[in-house]
Design a protein around this ligand. Structure first.
Ligand SMILES: Cc1ncc(COP(=O)(O)O)c(C=O)c1O
Length: 443
């Protein structure tokens, strides 16, 4: 996440918003920085409404969470029904909503992933998955990828390398974590575009196992099938299948962190489905319950049974209201055909962005799958152009379109709108983006 970026519509801040900022600064920890100066009052469908009644088309979805837009009626109804029934039980009793939600989540996962552990957040499921992997294999090593983002708890921060800011000052972090390059061919690989990527072919992992930790001591390889905070980086075809092969060869568990890319965001239930790769452990959170806190660790019954009863747990995870929201969310995605819709809308956005690239030479790279799209900007010297991204974001915000950025240098605009976006809303967003992007000269 951008450290602190302050933009507001019209560049003006009303007295009302100013008063809220002051109260916020007094009461809320400064470490909890926000992307914009918007003070939210209301949200409905694809729009946010601030305390001054200004509307913003929301292309950030609360960092990839509100994939059905805000307050989808079917989810709202399921939540209301659950509020009138029961709210909490934790591990004191079984409860029917959690069982149903586990069954429903398993239905979107490939065989043999059929068994679910619920937690509250992405970082929690990352931590849980690493514990499961170590416990089940009896091995210590966790391999993760440079540029990855997995969350803020100590465990998750230990495998997060998208920015040093998330790690700085917290050491020592979790031991036996090994970071290896991700095939970010546009910026970080050294082969020509015509050559196959050696990182995607597993050469760096081979070196890691030869030089630093033997493969037999590695419990898990943890990967984002598309890197999120690291810059919306789509790896070359074959990379994920290579990881699967390497894991199989050495008895290593493959953990797919689909906290951001999962739940139909990329046009399929899982980003891994594009490559037909099945991990040993799958992690979901963010969009799973449309904004109510819920994370899921999904694995086969056989693997989950190697995690003894009580060896991991949670007070709030699998909260009944979140479970009700998750069931409704997955039903809506299915009923409204939102996977196909995400693929179709994403295709239209990428085509438009390629047109802007031809017109003004930027963005330098357009990439993504479905509605998880990154537009990377470089300046005329080929260096990351965060300034231009900030100008574009500010120009869009002035015209009521909220965009987020990502990447090590904050030079990637990430487009992550609701899957329920209408054709009219898409046209509105494309028009605003086009004028912001083509109106800013390439330096
Ligand atoms: C891929 C990925 N994993 C894990 C997380 C952490 O999720 P949370 O913020 O819910 O802890 C994120 C959050 O952005 C993420 O993008």
């Amino acid at each position: 996440m951008a450290n602190t970026t302050s933009s507001s519509a019209d560049g003006e801040v009303s007295q009302l918003a100013r008063d809220w900022h002051q109260r916020d600064h007094r009461a809320v920890a400064g470490v909890y920085s926000r992307y914009t100066d918007i003070v939210l009052q209301d949200a409905q469908g694809s729009y946010l409404v601030d305390v001054d009644g200004r509307r913003y088309l929301d292309f950030g979805c609360g960092i990839g969470v509100t994939s059905l837009g805000h307050r989808h009626p079917a989810v709202a109804e399921a939540v209301h029904r659950q509020v009138d029934s029961y709210w909490h039980t934790s591990v004191v009793t079984e409860h029917v909503r959690l069982t149903e939600a586990a069954e429903r989540v398993a239905r979107i996962c490939p065989d043999p992933l059929d068994t679910v552990f619920f937690a509250n957040s992405g970082a929690e499921v990352v931590d849980g998955a690493m514990k499961l992997a170590r416990r089940a294999t009896g091995r210590r090593g966790i391999v993760a990828f440079r540029g990855g983002f997995h969350g803020r708890t100590f465990g998750a921060a230990s495998v997060t390398t998208s920015k040093v800011h998330y790690r700085e000052g917290y050491g020592p972090l979790l031991p036996d974590v090994y970071i290896t390059p991700y095939p970010y061919c546009f910026r970080e690989c050294h082969h020509t575009p015509a050559e196959p990527c050696p990182i995607a072919a597993g050469e760096e992992l081979d070196r890691l196992f030869q030089r630093i930790i033997p493969a037999e001591e590695v419990a898990a390889i943890l990967v984002e099938p598309i890197q999120g905070e690291g810059g919306y980086v789509v790896p070359p075809k074959g990379f994920l299948a290579t990881l699967r092969r390497i894991c199989d060869r050495h008895g290593i568990l493959l953990i797919a962190d689909e906290v951001q890319s999962g739940v139909a965001r990329t046009g399929k239930w899982l980003a891994l489905d594009h490559d037909q790769v099945v991990p040993d452990i799958l992690l979901l959170a963010k969009a799973l319950a449309s904004g109510l806190p819920l994370g899921a660790i999904v694995a086969s019954r056989q693997l989950m049974d190697r995690w003894p009863a009580g060896a991991h747990g949670t007070t709030f995870g699998g909260n009944p209201i979140s479970c009700a929201a998750a069931i409704a969310t997955l039903d809506v995605i299915e009923r409204e055909g939102l996977r196909d819709r995400a693929a179709e809308l994403g295709g239209r956005i990428q085509a438009a962005a390629r047109g802007w690239k031809e017109k003004v030479g930027g963005p330098s790279d357009v990439r993504g799958r479905g509605l998880m799209i990154g537009l990377e900007f470089l300046d005329s010297a080929g260096l990351p152009d965060a300034e231009r991204v900030e100008e574009i974001r500010a120009a869009c915000l002035r015209r009521g379109l909220l965009l987020l950025s990502c990447g090590l240098d904050d030079n990637v605009i990430r487009l992550i709108p609701p899957l329920t976006l209408s054709d009219g809303e898409l046209a509105e967003a494309l028009e605003v983006m086009e004028s912001a992007i083509t109106g800013v000269e390439v330096r």
